[in-house]
Design a protein around this ligand. Structure first.
Ligand SMILES: Nc1ncnc2c1ncn2[C@@H]1O[C@H](COP(=O)(O)OP(=O)(O)OP(=O)(O)O)[C@@H](O)[C@H]1O
Ligand SMILES: [Mg+2]
Length: 321
C-alpha cells in the first residue's frame, strides 16, 4: 500500500469533486472571469472544502499556482501571531506568473473574536494583491464583518450513492473487490464524510481479498446496525432485561463508546421511522428523549447508566409502532 488513499485520490480539478454541484458551478464562473472575491467555505468535515480550494487555486493561478497559493491553518500550534505574520509576508509581495495570490485559511472558526477582527483588517489591506478563501465548520462562529466580505458557500454531506460511486472508482484503480453490502455499510458509518468513507475502504482492504460487510464492521469501532436495532426492538417490546444485556455486551465486550452508541440509536430510530416501523408520535417522543440523554452523556454522566435509562423510555411502545 502506498500512502493514504485520501491523498492519493484527492480530486485534482473541480470536475472530479463529487457532489457539491451548485458550488462547483458557481466557482467555475470565477475561473471564466479569471478573478474571484473573498470566499468562505463552510460545512462538516471531509466533504471537499480543502480539496475544492486547492482545485480552484490551480485553475485560477495556472502553472505557478504553488508560489501564489498559501495554505494556513488558523489553529496552528505556534499561535495566531505566526499565522498573521505568514499572511502579511505573503500578501506584501505581488503575484509573479499568476494574476493574483490566494490565501487559504483553514479552521477559521477556531480563531478568537479579536484575531478575527485583525484578520478582517488584513483582508482589507491586501485586496489588491490577494484573495482569501476561509474555511470553517460553522459560519455562525465567524464575525459578521468577515461574513459580509465573503461570498459564502455551504458544503453539504456527500450523498450515499455519490460515496458509493467514488469508492467504486477507487476500488477499481486499486484492483480490489467490494460487495455492495460492504459499500452500503461504509456509507452508513461514514455519515456523509467522504474522507471517513475512503479511510474505511482502505483499512478494510487489508483484511481480505474481497471486502465484505463483516470486514467493514470489524475495522469500524462502532456497533453493528443490526445489534442497535435489536436493542431498540427489544426495549420497544418491553423486554427490558434482554435489551439491557445486549446493550452491555455492545458497550463492554465490543468497547463502543456511549457517545457513539447514542448517535447510532438516533440514526437507527430515524431509519425505522422512515421505513414506517414507528408511529409519528412515538418517534417524536423518542427523539426528544435521545436528545436529553445525548446531552447528559456528553456532559460527562456515566454513559452506561444513561443509556439504560434511555432504554426505559422505549418500553412498551411497540404497539404504537
Ligand atoms: N466531494 C468530494 N469528492 C471526492 N473526494 C472527496 C470529497 N470530499 C472529500 N473527499 C476525499 O476526502 C479527503 C478529504 O477532503 P477535504 O480535505 O477536502 O475535506 P474538508 O471538507 O476540507 O474537511 P475538514 O473540514 O476536515 O478540513 C480528500 O482528500 C478526498 O480524498
Ligand atoms: Mg479541510
Amino acid at each position: 500500500m502506498n500512502g493514504p488513499w485520501v491523498e492519493k485520490y484527492r480530486p485534482q480539478n473541480l470536475d472530479d469533486v463529487v457532489g457539491q454541484d451548485h458550488i462547483i458551478q458557481r466557482l467555475k464562473r470565477y475561473i471564466k472571469e479569471g478573478s474571484m472575491p473573498n470566499l468562505m467555505f463552510t460545512g462538516p468535515a471531509g466533504v471537499g472544502k480543502t480539496t475544492t480550494a486547492l482545485a480552484l487555486g490551480k485553475a485560477l493561478l495556472g502553472e505557478y499556482w504553488r508560489q501564489n497559493f498559501l495554505e494556513l491553518n488558523a489553529s496552528d500550534a505556534r499561535g495566531i501571531d505566526t499565522v498573521r505574520h505568514n499572511i502579511k509576508n505573503f500578501c506584501r509581495l505581488k503575484a509573479v506568473g499568476s494574476p493574483f495570490r490566494i490565501v487559504f485559511l483553514d479552521e477559521v472558526d477556531n480563531m478568537t473574536k479579536d484575531a478575527q477582527h485583525a484578520l478582517r483588517r488584513e483582508m482589507e489591506m491586501y485586496t489588491k494583491t490577494a484573495s482569501f478563501i476561509l474555511s470553517c465548520n460553522y459560519s455562525s462562529k465567524i464575525i459578521d464583518p468577515i461574513q459580509s466580505r465573503c461570498a459564502i458557500f455551504r458544503f453539504t454531506p456527500v450523498k450515499g450513492h455519490q460515496i458509493i460511486k467514488r469508492l467504486e472508482v477507487i476500488a477499481e484503480a486499486e484492483k480490489i473487490k467490494v460487495t455492495l453490502n460492504a459499500l452500503e455499510s461504509i456509507v452508513y458509518f461514514a455519515e456523509g464524510d467522504m474522507r471517513r468513507a475512503v479511510n474505511i475502504l482502505q483499512t478494510s482492504s487489508s483484511v481480505g481479498e474481497e471486502i465484505t460487510e463483516e470486514n467493514v464492521q470489524e475495522v469500524v469501532s462502532k456497533a453493528k446496525p443490526q445489534d442497535v436495532r435489536k436493542i431498540i426492538n427489544k426495549a420497544l417490546d418491553g423486554d427490558f432485561l434482554d435489551a439491557r444485556d445486549l446493550l452491555r455486551e455492545v458497550m463492554v465486550v465490543q468497547g463502543i463508546s456511549g457517545e457513539d452508541l447514542v448517535t447510532q440509536i438516533y440514526q437507527e430510530v430515524s431509519r425505522m421511522a422512515r421505513e414506517g416501523l414507528l408511529g409519528k408520535e412515538v418517534y417524536v417522543d423518542l427523539i426528544e428523549n435521545i436528545g436529553t440523554y445525548d446531552y447528559r452523556i456528553r456532559e460527562g454522566s456515566n454513559p452506561r447508566i444513561q443509556l439504560e435509562a434511555l432504554l426505559t423510555k422505549f418500553l412498551f411502545k411497540a404497539n404504537a409502532k
